[in-house]
Structures are given as C-alpha cells and as structure tokens.
Design a protein around this ligand. Structure first.
Ligand code: BGC
Length: 768
C-alpha cells in the first residue's frame, strides 16, 4: 500500500490533528502535504449523507438514498448472496455521494428483544450475525468504499448506553459477543471498525486495549482503522494508547492538544501515535485510490428500488399459514378488505442515526390495488390511528373496519409498532402491539375468520395474546422503501416467502433469558444468562416459544434425507474437517427457497454447553420436485468452547451431535460423531483437588508414589480412603489436605510433587 505521505514528514501537531475528524463527517486534511479529507456517512441500510447541517441523531435532513430493509429484516433473509448485493448497492450509492466509508453494518447481538436498536442488528446468534455482516462488508467494499462494522463491543442496549458497563464473563464475551465480529474481520477484512459507547467490564470500549489491540488486531489480524462511535471518547490519550485511531466527531482544540502534551511529557509513546497516523493515512490513501470524486459516478435509483423490493421479499417470515390462506386466491367478484393504517402509511425504518431519506416510498395498499386480479375489489379502512394507543379513541375507526371485514372474502390486517416504540437511544419496556390494534384484530376475527396479519416492527413482538385471531401471520420487519410492493408480491404469491427468524419470538417477555438482568442499574448491566442468549436459553430451559429461532414457512414444502457426516483429518493435527451433506427436495408445487441450518451439540461436556448451536447455514432455491445435495463443512472451532482455564478454544473429545433442519426446533436429520482429541489436562497445582489429581494419569501416579502404601498394599492416607470418604474429601485441594493429620501428605511432599510434574505452583494453580 502506498501511503500518501511519510509519517516522518508530519509535525507532532499534524499527527495529533489527524487522529480526530475535522467536522461531523470528515477526517482532517493537511493541505501542506496534499492529504485530503475523506467523508464518512451512516448507515447500515441506506446512506444518510448530510450536505450541510450535521448531526448523528437523524434530526437534520440527508440527501435522498435508497432505504433498504433494516438489519433485523436483512438478518431474517439468511441470504449471504442477497446481502452482498445490498452491500454493493450501498457501495455504489456511497461512491455517487462521495462517501469513502459507510458506517455499517451493525452486528451487536440481540441480547434482549427490548433493545431499542435491535432493528439495526442482525441476529441473536453470532454465526448468523457474523456471516451476514461479512457479506454486507464484501458487497460495500467491492465498490471501492470502506465498511465500518459496529459497535465493538457489547453495545446490547440503549439504556445508559454512553456509560453503562457490561459485566460479561470471559467465556460469554468470546462465544457470544465477539464471535460475530471475529467472523466478519477474518472473512471480509473491513476497512474500519467502530468502537462502542459503553464500558466492557469497567473499561470504556474506546479505551479497551484488550479488545481494540490484543484481540482485534493481535488475534484476528485486523489491518484497518478503529474509529470511535460519535462521542465515545472520554480520555483521548488512553484511547490512542488502547488502539483507537480516529476520534469522531472531533473534540476540536482539546484532543489534539492532549495528544501533543502527552507525547511531550513522555506519557504517550510516540510510536503509538505514529501507528494510528499510519492507519489513518492508509485509509485516506485506500479511499483516494478508489474514489469516485469528479468521476460523475451515479447510481440507478430504479434499479436499487427494485433490489430493495427483492430484498424485502427475501426477508419476510411467514410465521403461520393455516388452511393455506396464503397466497391469496380471490374469486372474481370478491372483496379483499385491507385494514390497518400501516397499509397506507408504511413503517419501514427506525429512528436515529440510521434514518434514511428514501428516493421513493411504496405503500402496500397501492401495490395490492395494482396486483389484485381483475374483478376483485380491494377496499381499505385504517382501523386505528397509529399515533393514538387509546382503545376507546379508535372506536369509530374500528366499527368502520369491522363492517368492511364482514362483507369481505379475506381480511388483510397491517399491524405493527409505531415509530415512538423503537428508536436509537431508548429501549422498549414491553413486547406488545398497541392495544388499539389487538382489540381491532379480535373484533375483526369475530366478523370474519379469514384473517391475514402483516406485521411491521423492528424487533420481536409478543404474538401469544392475539395470533389465534389470525390464520396467517407474515412478519415483514422494517422492510425499507419498497416493502409495500414486496408485501403485495408475497400476499398474491408472486414471491414465495423464504425468510427465517434470526431471533426467537418468545411467548412472554419474562421468558427471555436476559429478563432478570436487563437493562441493569447503577451504571452496570450483568450478563447473568451467560452464553444462554436467545434460543440457547429457551432450549436449556425447555421453554415453549411462539416461534423458534430459524423458523419460517414457505408456500411449498421441503424434505430432508440422507444425512452423511464424514470426518477427515484430526483435531490434534489442526486439520479436522467434518463434511456434512444431505439431500433437500422441494416436495411442493411451487418454486421456493429453503434455509438449511446445521446445529451442533457437544453431548458429553465438562462445562455447560447449549443444547444446540447454529454453526452453518445456506439458502437454496429449488423448482418444484427438484432436489439438491447441500454440503456444509465444519472445523475444530465449530465444536469447541472457550476455556477460561486456558484462555483459548478447547475441543473436548467425545460425542457430538450434528443436526440439520428447517429451524432450531425442527431438526430433520441427525448424526452422532465420535471426535478424538488429546484429553484436556488442567494444570495441576496445590489448589487442585484430590479428585483432579487422581483423574490425571501422571498426577495420579506421582501422588500414589509420594504417599506410598501400607502393609496391606493400600495407598496411605486420603489416597487410600474408601468411596464414602472420597465423596467427602475428593473436592478438597491437596494444599488443604496436606494440613490434615493422617492425610498421608505434608506441604513439603506437595511442593516436591508439583516440581516433579513441572506444573505451576501457587495459590491459584488448578482453580480454573
Ligand atoms: C451511533 C452510530 C452512528 C453515529 C454517527 C451514533 O450515535 O451510535 O451507530 O454511526 O452516531 O451517526
């Protein structure tokens, strides 16, 4: 990579000034050396490029850009190829708007359905989040524009987001909250990463050296630039030392002075500043080499609108479809009653920094009118006022809607969350649809049993109290500017639903694994559910859910057969590969897409492990009657857990169940494999228990030799104790036993033993 200017030609002041932007959306230019400024722009599902007035809250306007479905919708597509296409479109729009880096995708884990920003995030599962985010990054970057994956890390709530400390144990952090970022970094090498606002185990993410340098760069090989979230820097010098290159927006006049002073005082090693500046110059250079400035780059707004429609079709999840009420097949002369204010006034994106000014906006009512077969009447009634929750206030609207429903062949009801319920900056407090809507639905169902509900919401809503009133429920999420057309396509069967839930839909808020620990208080949120987030928790607790992770119906059906799981290589040699194949057949009469999901379970584990964890997935398109062989490959890491004793990934030998199916609770084929690996020997020490010493082959031999035998040949002291005694003292550390008279051990023997084993000696040895 050519760097436009040697770091050595910059003065200390110039170097410091490069570590912060020049305004809300630009990096700093240094005219003397011909270093240009580059422009950054939100956001995950469309460009929010602000020409003049700047803010990061979506308050001031932005230039028109295509509003694609938001991340919770895109996540439900489970479609890597589609997300790459959407990413490429974002990249094209960025080039046309002279944007060098798109501030997205966001891939924080949906720890609770209450998180106000879940509409901007992909999934509750790290593999799905990471692989889909990687596809978006690849798409954006294929256009010579950088992506910015955010918010690193553990920004899983909006409550107190600028200060709260996420208290997360090491294993949970690795397995759940970092894995998605690791996948996107290693698969797609994003140009930039944005740190989160919050603290992680007490340290601001912007100052978290372990995260920003040791893990991100050291372990994962990230080569790009780390920028702050807007206003996430509290101590510029500490942040720089931790690995945060660029502060946004700039704390002008303050931060650069602090950097200069710290270098002069010897409090900041200048080589750390040089490293940050090198990365900033590299980004400017990379952007400059691919920039579209002055090239007249443009994008085809019609084509992108069409892509937004295709994307929205692929994101919608058909949750239920009794009596195959969908797709609609109205008789000539029939009336379709379209009810619900959202049919005419779509809710298609969320509020905050990701808010896009769309190039145009479809509404479902017009699109249904356009697609309805000749001779079929489409009649509309709003049914409720989106902005008024009061059940009584909507009585007149309800009466009108019920009257319309009574005479209709089928009733399509557009329900959803109002804008005020989902926004950056605030978490929700409940999962319910407004009572004005559920009351309407109940009355419509009394008037007409043929009810189809179409939902617009950015994060899970509770269905258990109203879904019995509907024969079909089509979850469209926040489906972007072309969502209305996509809904019409799906309702009439011009498109076949193929979305799958990227988040569980719980029956009640109280069932969500993080319920007791969300959103915390007093500046702390304790991730008490540990690794049991989302379906991992629901499954462990054997909880019924409204719809499980991975669920979604189609207008056709799929059959799975002939699972084979072939092992090659060996874990201990670092080349273990499990090739899992099965045949998937479209057994219905329509073309459709199936998402094949592969889950792994460690059947015998020494640590608590989830009953199933998603490890691979793919989306296949099949004509009626067509069959295909799907092959998915696993490696050691997919069977491993993060060991807090070893601070690393560990694969424990034994049985693993490989299951393939259509959802986390609809597993169609299973195979059990016996995987070999060196046994994991915890380092033995003075604090290792008697049981641990005796379970370890070398430790047992050494201990037995040290205590010796009595005249009957039985080991002396505690080692020779009977089963009953072992039950009681087996969990005692040897150091404790060595102090007991008659134990057969003393401290000197113990020290010698440990030296012989060449194991660590010390108070904490063996406690992991
Ligand atoms: C958000 C980021 C966004 C930035 C710039 C922040 O408030 O958390 O996601 O990219 O503003 O608008």
């Amino acid at each position: 990579m050519t760097i436009p200017c040697e770091v050595g030609r910059l003065t200390l002041e110039e170097k410091a000034s490069l570590c912060l932007g020049s305004d809300f959306w630009h990096t700093r230019a240094i005219d003397r050396l011909g270093i240009p400024a580059i422009r950054l722009s939100d956001g995950p599902h469309g460009l929010r490029t602000q020409p003049e007035e700047a803010d990061h809250l979506g308050l001031a306007g932005s230039v028109p850009a295509t509003c694609f479905p938001t991340a919770s919708a895109l996540g439900s597509s489970w479609d890597v190829a589609l997300l790459e296409r959407v990413g490429a479109a974002l990249g094209r729009e960025a080039r046309a708007l002279d944007v060098a880096v798109v501030l997205g995708p966001g891939l924080n884990i949906k720890r609770s359905p209450l998180c106000g920003r879940n509409f901007e995030y992909l999934s509750e599962d790290p593999v799905l989040s990471g692989d889909l985010a990687a596809a978006i990054v690849q798409g954006i970057q294929s256009q010579g524009v950088g992506a910015c994956v955010k918010h690193f890390a553990a920004n899983n709530q909006e409550t107190d987001r600028l200060r709260v400390s996420a208290a997360i144990d090491e294993r949970t952090l690795r397995e759940i909250y970092l894995t998605g970022f690791e996948r996107v970094v290693t698969q797609a090498q994003p140009w930039t990463v944005m740190c989160a606002y919050n603290r992680v185990n007490g340290t601001y993410a912007s100052q978290h050296r372990q995260l920003l340098t040791e893990v991100l760069r050291g372990e994962w090989g990230f080569r790009g630039l780390v920028m702050s979230d807007w206003g996430a820097v509290h101590d510029r010098v500490a942040a720089l030392a931790a690995g945060l290159d660029l502060e946004m927006p700039p704390n002008l006049g303050v931060s650069e002075a602090q950097i200069v002073a710290a270098v002069r005082a010897g409090d900041l090693d200048e080589s750390l500043l040089d490293a940050a500046v090198t990365r900033i110059l590299a980004l400017v250079d990379q952007a400059g080499r691919t920039a579209a400035v002055g090239t007249g780059a443009s994008f085809d707004a019609d084509e992108h609108h069409a892509l937004a429609r295709t994307a929205a079709q692929g994101c919608a999840v058909l949750l239920k479809n009794e009596d195959q009420i969908l797709p609609l097949q109205p008789q000539v002369g029939a009336t379709i009653a379209v009810i619900g204010a959202f049919a005419r006034t779509p809710r298609y994106q969320g509020a905050g920094s990701s808010q896009v000014n769309p190039t145009r906006l479809d509404n479902a009512l017009d699109e249904i009118l356009a697609l309805a077969p000749p001779g079929v009447e489409v009649a509309f009634a709003p049914g409720f006022d989106i902005d008024a929750d009061q059940v009584e206030g909507n009585a007149a609207l309800r009466r009108e809607a019920v009257a319309l429903a009574r005479g209709a062949e089928v009733v399509v009801v557009f329900l959803g969350l109002p804008d005020r319920d989902e926004s950056e900056g605030v978490d929700r407090t409940h999962l319910d649809l407004p009572p004005s809507q559920t009351r309407l639905l109940a009355e419509l169902a009394e008037a007409n049993p043929g009810i189809v509900v179409v939902l617009a919401n950015g994060s899970a809503v509770r269905l258990s109290d109203w879904e019995d009133h509907a024969k079909a429920v089509l979850e469209c999420w926040l489906s972007g500017q072309a969502g209305g057309g996509a809904a019409a396509d799906l309702l009439f069967g011009r498109a076949n639903p193929s979305g799958r839930l990227a988040e569980s839909l719980p029956r009640r808020l109280q069932d969500t694994p993080s319920y007791l620990n969300f959103p915390g208080d007093s500046g702390q949120v304790h991730y008490g559910e540990g690794i049991f987030v989302g379906y991992r928790g629901h499954d462990a607790l054997e909880q019924p859910v409204s719809y499980p992770f991975g669920h979604g119906l189609s207008y056709t059906t799929f059959e799975y057969r002939d699972l084979s799981a072939r092992v090659s290589g060996r874990h201990d040699d670092g080349d273990l590969e499990i090739s899992v194949s099965c045949v998937v057949t479209n057994t219905g009469s329509r073309a459709g897409k199936e998402v094949v999901q592969l889950y792994v379970r460690d059947v015998e584990a020494s640590v608590a492990r989830p009953l199933r964890e998603l490890k691979r997935f793919t989306k296949v398109s099949l004509a009626p009657g067509e069959a295909t062989t799907v092959t998915l490959r696993l490696a050691s890491r997919d069977l491993s857990y993060w060991s807090v004793a070893r601070h690393g990934w560990v694969l424990e030998a034994g049985h693993f169940e490989i299951a393939v199916g259509a959802s986390s609770r609809d597993l169609r084929c299973r195979a059990t494999l016996d995987i070999a690996a060196q046994p994991i020997r915890p380092p033995l020490g003075a604090m290792s228990t008697l049981d641990e010493w005796l379970a370890d082959p070398a430790g047992s031999v050494a201990l037995r030799a040290a205590v010796g035998t009595d005249e009957t040949g039985r080991p002396r002291g505690v080692v020779g104790g009977d089963e009953e005694l072992r039950k009681v003292i087996g969990s005692f550390p040897l150091r404790t036993l060595a102090a007991f008279p008659g134990s057969g051990l003393d401290h000197e023997m113990l020290d010698t033993l440990i030296e012989q084993l060449d194991g660590p000696v010390g108070p904490d040895a063996g406690t992991g």
